[in-house]
Write a protein that binds this ligand. Structure first.
Ligand SMILES: *Cc1c(COP(=O)(O)O)cnc(C)c1O
Ligand SMILES: [Zn+2]
Length: 341
């Protein structure tokens, strides 16, 4: 890692314990930059053959020290399943599912949390916190337990009971906030400043996107160092989309693949501020709304700028689906593929 660059003012900042750009405030999302020539010297196809089947195999492109001890849980290298019956149904030649439910706490968020806990340890914290509608919280609670950090979790009042139970089982301290995810987010940020806790908030912490981008590296490797034509990504805060674009772009830059796929971001119709910003071509306006898809129910996404940069650079687009379509898709996917999403 060489530096941070602010996506709003373009300023370069040295590597350190920063969440957002000091001049631009919370809107100043930072992007982590690397020395790609140095990375390319050791990150080669031959080297990858001998590396462990988890996402630390891409350590040259992660913001970690070469000698760092990584968490003992198995994060990443989740299966890519070919889904021929779903492909026939969708009218495409080939279709694949990346099953990130197979991570240690059963979601994609483990890619980000695994980076979050390492950075908290590196910066000398004993406590890490996040605000979450569910999966980020379970993930942080599990990963924190794996390295012996204390976890403080802020959940909105309507957080599903089973997910709260999971947090308590992992030993996290849970604050059920009377309000929305946005209220929980603000309270988490204020508490981190006040009590010196490390903030693992997907929207703003610059290191989490770096963990999420490993999904793109894996997809390329698992398809024989080829990038797919099109990739569909669910969008809440926009962190998965930002990471997915960055991963595909970096693999193309290192010459592992020939192109960056067209990225399609998917939001829930009831709450789609990133899609609206994409279509209007202007700043994102926070909104209120409802969807049954609690993991992407984000009215004030923090990483929309980085996400839309990726969607646009890939020649992609944003779309939305109704709650009826989301609910119908769960059994359709399960029955056509055997994957229960
Ligand atoms: C967090 C989450 C998302 C959205 O990711 P963002 O980085 O917030 O855009 C989508 N699906 C599931 C299951 C999630 O847990
Ligand atoms: Zn800035």
């Amino acid at each position: 890692m060489t530096e941070f660059v602010c996506l709003v003012c373009g300023r370069s900042l040295p590597h350190g314990d920063l969440q957002t750009c000091p001049s631009c405030g919370p809107a100043g999302i930072l992007d982590v930059r690397y020395d790609y020539d140095a990375a390319a010297r050791t990150l080669t196809r031959d080297a990858l053959v001998a590396r462990p089947a988890n996402h630390w195999r891409y350590r040259e492109l992660l913001p970690i020290r070469p000698d760092v001890v990584v968490p003992p849980l198995h994060v990443g290298w989740t299966p890519v399943h070919e889904a021929p019956r779903l492909a026939a149904w969708a009218g495409v030649a080939r279709l694949f599912l990346k099953d990130d439910g197979r991570n240690p706490t059963a979601s994609f968020k483990d890619r980000a949390s695994s980076l979050g806990v390492l950075k908290a340890l590196e910066f000398g914290y004993d406590t890490i916190a996040c605000a979450s509608t569910g999966n980020a919280a379970s993930s942080l609670a599990g990963l924190a337990a794996s390295v012996g950090l204390r976890a403080m979790i802020f959940v909105p009042a309507r957080a599903p009971e089973p997910k709260v139970t999971q947090l308590l089982v992992f030993g996290a301290t849970v604050f059920r906030v009377k309000g929305t995810y946005e209220d929980a987010f603000d309270l988490c940020r204020a508490s981190c400043e006040r009590f010196h806790w490390y903030n693992r908030n997907s929207g703003t912490n610059p290191f989490l996107v770096e963990g999420k981008k490993t999904v793109a590296f894996e997809v390329c490797e698992q398809l024989g160092f080829r990038a797919p034509d099109r990739v569909f990504v669910p969008v809440g805060d926009g962190c998965i989309m930002s990471g997915t674009y960055k991963g595909f772009a970096e693999f193309a830059r290192l010459g592992f693949t020939e192109k960056v796929p067209t990225l399609v971001g998917v939001q829930a119709e009831g709450l789609s501020p990133v899609k609206s910003a994409f279509e209007r071509g202007c700043e994102m306006e926070p909104c209120r709304g409802r969807t049954c898809a609690d993991s992407i129910a984000v009215g004030h996404p923090r990483n929309w700028r980085k996400a839309l940069k990726g969607v646009r650079a890939s020649g992609g687009l944003m779309m939305s689906v109704s709650d009826d379509e989301i609910l119908a898709a769960i059994p359709e996917l399960a029955r056509a593929t055997g994957v229960f999403g």
